[in-house]
Design a protein around this ligand. Structure first.
Ligand code: AMP
Length: 299
C-alpha cells in the first residue's frame, strides 16, 4: 500500500534527464512507480486515475504535455485548453510525487523524424477519422515511458481505443510496464469528463449528454435481442445509437459501432464482451465516448 506522506506540492520538472534520475532513485529504493500521462487542463477523470495509481504504487508521476504530434489540425492544437495554475490547484488535493511537464520545443529534438505506428487497431475508427493521431500518441507515450521507466502505466477507459492501441504497443515492443485502466468519470448528466468539454457553448453542452444516451440505447437494444445472431444485434444497436444522436441538432455523428474491445473490429460470433463506441462533432468540439457491454448469449 502507498505510504502516507505529508502533502507538499509536487515538484514540476521540465527536464527529461532530471525526471529520469528522480524516478530511478525511487526505484533503486524498491519503490514502485506509477505514471499517469495527461495533456493537462485537469478534471476529476484525471484525478481519479491519480488516486487509483497512488493506492497501487509508492510513487505517482503525472505528466502534463500537450503533444503537438497527435493533433492533425493546427487550429485544434492552438485551441486545446491549457491552464497550469488550474492544474497546480487541482493537484493539491491528491498525492502526486512529481509532475513532468516538458517543453515541446526541447522534448522533440530538432529534426525529430521517428514515429511509432500501431497497425490494425490503430487504423480503425478514431485512427481513420484522425489520420496520424494514434502514431502521435504512440510516439509520445514511447518517449514518456523511456524517460519515466514506470512500473505501471495508468490510462482512462474514456479513451478506450487509445487503451487498445497502447496495450498492443506495450506487448509488441516489450515495454516492461503494466497497463492499468481506470473507469470513465462522468458529469451528473452522464457526459464523460473531458478537457475538451470546456470548449462547448451552453447550447452544445446541453446536448452533449446525447453520446451517453446513445450508448445506453445501444446497450438496451443489445439486451432486448439476446437470442438473435450477433451481427443482427450489432446492426440494431448501431441503429439505436444513430437515432439517439440524431435527436441532438448540433451533433454530427462520425460513428456509432459495436466493436471488440481489443481490436476495434466487429466482435467475433461467440464473443462475451463488446464495446459500444460513439464519436460526434459539435461545432466547438469533437466528443467520443464508449460503454462496455456483455454480449451474453450471443451466437
Ligand atoms: P487527456 O489529458 O485527455 O490526454 O487524458 C489523460 C488520461 O486521462 C487518459 O488516459 C484519458 O483516457 C484519461 N481520462 C480523460 N478523461 C477521463 C474521464 N472522464 N474518466 C477517466 N479517465 C479519463
Amino acid at each position: 500500500m502507498a505510504r502516507e506522506r505529508p502533502r507538499r506540492p509536487a515538484p514540476w520538472i521540465a527536464s527529461p534527464a532530471r525526471l529520469r534520475s528522480l524516478a530511478r532513485a525511487w526505484r533503486a529504493r524498491g519503490e514502485r512507480v506509477a505514471f499517469v500521462p495527461t495533456m493537462g487542463y485537469l478534471h476529476d477523470g484525471h484525478l481519479s486515475l491519480v488516486e487509483r495509481a497512488a493506492r497501487s504504487a509508492d510513487r505517482v508521476i503525472l505528466s502534463v504535455f500537450v503533444n503537438p504530434l497527435q493533433f492533425e489540425a493546427r487550429a485544434d492544437l492552438a485551441s486545446y485548453p491549457r491552464d497550469l495554475a488550474h492544474d497546480r490547484r487541482l493537484l493539491r488535493g491528491v498525492r502526486v510525487d512529481a509532475v513532468f511537464a516538458p517543453r515541446a520545443a526541447t522534448f522533440y529534438a530538432p529534426g525529430h523524424a521517428t514515429r511509432v505506428t500501431v497497425a490494425g487497431v490503430g487504423e480503425r475508427l478514431e485512427g481513420a477519422f484522425r489520420p496520424g493521431h494514434f502514431a502521435g500518441v504512440a510516439t509520445v507515450v514511447t518517449k514518456l515511458l523511456h524517460v519515466v521507466e514506470p512500473d505501471q502505466l495508468w490510462l482512462g477507459q474514456k479513451d478506450a481505443q487509445q487503451v487498445a492501441v497502447l496495450r498492443r504497443m506495450v506487448l509488441d515492443l516489450d515495454f516492461a510496464v503494466d497497463v492499468h485502466v481506470g473507469p470513465t468519470v462522468r458529469e451528473a448528466d452522464g457526459l464523460a469528463m473531458s478537457s475538451r468539454n470546456a470548449r462547448l457553448t451552453a447550447r452544445e453542452r446541453a446536448q452533449a449528454p446525447v453520446l451517453y444516451v446513445a450508448l445506453q440505447a445501444g446497450r438496451a437494444s443489445l439486451a432486448a435481442r439476446g437470442s438473435a445472431p450477433l451481427a443482427r444485434r450489432a446492426l440494431a444497436a448501431e441503429r439505436a445509437m444513430r437515432a439517439a444522436v440524431a435527436c441532438a441538432p448540433l451533433a454530427r455523428l462520425d460513428y456509432a459501432r459495436l466493436v471488440d474491445p481489443g481490436t476495434f473490429d466487429a466482435p467475433a460470433p461467440g464473443a462475451r464482451k463488446g464495446l459500444l463506441v460513439v464519436a460526434a462533432r459539435f461545432p466547438s468540439a469533437r466528443l467520443i465516448d464508449n460503454l462496455q457491454v456483455p454480449l451474453g448469449s450471443a451466437r
